[in-house]
Design a protein. Sequence first.
Length: 175
Amino acid sequence: MALSFAQKEAIVAEVAEVAKKAYSAIGAEYRGLTVEQLTRLRVEARKAGVYVRVVKNTLARRALEGTDFTCMQEGLKGPMILAFSQNDPGSVARVLESFAKEHDKFQVRLIALGGRLLPPSEIGALAKMPTYDQAISLLMATMKAPIQKLTATLNEVSGKLVRTLAAIRDAKEAA
């Protein structure tokens, strides 16, 4: 079914709006997958805050113009599904990496992060990136560690004195 010009404009505007707000994007070839499998992918992606859309390549090129994902335009060839991460950079990679492990026909072709095109082999590294909450907790743990060690060191001096006095008291009582 052919799309009207208004429908094409709406698709381009929708994808462009999502791309402007997205942290990372992945383009993958889905040839050979069933509708049921793609529906399952969409459900998992929605749960993780990932926008997934099958878009004609010419429309996708227009939508990606002027965004951080302009670098993906040259690689848009063949049947592609575009996925944009809206919560954190790694969420799209986590969803698509687990889906690709289950389905051999699903192959990641393009990965874009921060205006750069990454090789498809980097999907594992992108998937391991911490979420916002995990990054904050790592930062807090790093900031807390020196103070915690200083407190433990200062507490050790008085603790050692108490243990020494207790050992002397026990030695005198035993004698």
